[in-house]
Design a protein around this ligand. Sequence first.
Ligand code: SF4
Length: 225
Amino acid sequence: MKTLENIPFAIEKTSLGLRLMIEPGSDDAHDFADLVQLALKHGRPVAVYSEEFIDSKSDDGVVIGGVKFTSKTLRHNLDAVERVFPFVATCGVEMDKVFPAGSDMLKDYWWDAIKMQLVTAARSFLQKHLSTKYRLGKTVCMSPGSGDANIWPIDQQRQLFSLLGDVRGAIGVELTDTCLMVPNKTVSGLMFTSEADFQGCEVCHRENCPGRRAKFNSELWSEIS
Ligand code: SF4
């Protein structure tokens, strides 16, 4: 497992403030600016990844580096793939230390939005790093728990973490008993080269989701069902 540290990040204070409906020049804007400063001072987004090869493929899943993953969608998307990059990218544990949640609901909400900027920077840095180092070309990502519940069940986060090794020791990210990651603004998954586009949202039936990044794909859904 390799660790990426010293990841550069920026916080778009003005546009983020507007998105959070913070009125410029208000007391809230002043408090928000303080939080941005705190994040700029203490934020340490980081990521870990490893390079793994697919051992075998079956009807309902794949074995990667000796670890079995069960998901017809993953199997479908890895049909022409031999090498994958499991990863975890996070806003960093420092963010929860310098501003623990629970003291003020509104500020917690702002802080989560700031943390989101850091985890986005970490994920994007990781993607560029892998693309350059391994000359990957176009990449696609899949994450346990994204899409409908049976697409790639979230409890396979355990296998993903076991494939990487001591993630907690390397970057402090913990997996809870219910397979959520702490800090909450952490992403994980498998990245791999693919000419086809794929977003978990394409196989998710949830309506009116504010985070939707792609339309439901009924053709793909019938292929994997
Ligand atoms: S539609 Fe929403 S819930 Fe479904 S995978 Fe996309 S972001 Fe997640």
